[in-house]
Design a protein around this ligand. Structure first.
Ligand SMILES: [Zn+2]
Length: 320
């Protein structure tokens, strides 16, 4: 599903039925696992089994799947799909390559299995594979980082086919956390867009401002605060445009356009070391000259800038 407010990008292509009501249905889960049509993707840590060229997930039958923690992902076109989190980073790949279902988009059959992070795969996966890959990665990130009970510290166990964890010592259940963050284009009365250079990026790379929502804060308040903190610009109006799951490890990016009521820039010098106002002509000239680089369309940052720019962004010349 997409919204009209933003151009399409891979991390928001959700196509599968998550079968939330089936996660505690043991009879359904057993029947699905014994159905040879069921498809399973393996994960090693937070990396997904994918073809060498990164254009498709490798889906095997349950019989060919490696051992590991089995979690229900959902259903597409009558086929139930699971992820198996392999317990050992060195464990074996699926045993029967004959049974591997390869996307029709893949010209070459898969060579030996390759585990790859979602960031590398996202741009090339089909909508269906991207939908499952984001879901599976978000689950893996949470389970790997939260093995213990946040109340009493005991080791917890997976329940509800991966939807939650249960503490056998104190009885509490724990559900995956999602951390809301805001990301925004800042636009002034002249229609210019403010972009910043984050100190964590290589020289010349500019993007939207962004930051986590703090406890007790609304996303709209976070937009105003983050822009003020990072570049010293005041915001008098914010418009929500769309969102993106960003499971690295557990963010939910909420995208806004923020209207600036002041223009003078004072960067914080820590997170943002440079920031500039751009007209669309200035942005194109700077990118084409290799003076600056912009985010790719893999993410909501690229989608937000593209929406303001009004057409496809100029291709980056600046080397990564
Ligand atoms: Zn506990």
């Amino acid at each position: 599903m997409t919204s009209d407010a933003l151009p399409d990008f891979p991390f928001r292509r959700s196509t599968h039925d998550r079968l939330g009501e089936r996660r505690t249905d043991e009879a359904f889960l057993a029947a699905a696992w014994s159905d040879p049509r069921t498809r399973v993707v393996a994960m090693r840590g937070v990396d997904l089994a994918a073809t060498d060229d990164g254009s498709a997930l490798i889906w095997s039958s349950p019989a060919a799947a490696p051992d590991g923690e089995r979690m229900l992902l959902g259903l597409t076109d009558g086929v139930t799909r699971f992820v198996v989190m392999t317990p050992d980073p060195g464990s074996d790949p699926p045993r029967e390559y004959d049974e591997i279902q390869v996307s029709p988009a893949v010209a070459q059959p898969p060579t030996p299995q390759y585990f790859s992070p979602l960031r590398r795969l996202a741009q090339r996966l089909t909508d269906d594979d991207a939908s499952y890959a984001v879901h599976a990665t978000a689950l893996a990130q949470w389970h790997l980082r939260h093995p213990r009970c946040a109340v009493c510290g005991a080791q917890t166990e997976v329940i509800r086919s991966g939807e939650a964890r249960h503490c056998p010592q104190c009885g509490s259940d724990h559900f995956p956390r999602t951390d809301p963050a805001v990301i925004m284009t800042v636009v002034d009365d002249e229609g210019r867009c403010l972009l910043g250079h984050n100190s964590a990026r290589a020289d010349g790379w500019y993007s939207t401002l962004a930051g986590f929502v703090e406890p007790g804060e609304s996303p709209e308040q976070a937009v105003v605060r983050e822009v003020r903190e990072e570049v010293g610009v005041e915001i008098d109006r914010v418009t929500y445009l769309g969102s993106q799951p960003w499971p690295f490890p557990s963010s939910l990016m909420l995208g806004f356009e923020a209207h600036a009521s002041s223009q003078h820039i004072v960067v914080d010098g820590k997170e943002i070391t440079e920031a500039r106002w751009f007209t669309s002509n200035e942005l194109r000239a700077a990118v084409e000259a290799g003076e600056i680089g912009l985010p790719t369309t893999i993410s909501i940052a690229g989608a937000l800038i593209t929406r303001w720019y009004g057409e496809e962004l100029p291709a980056n010349v600046l080397a990564m």
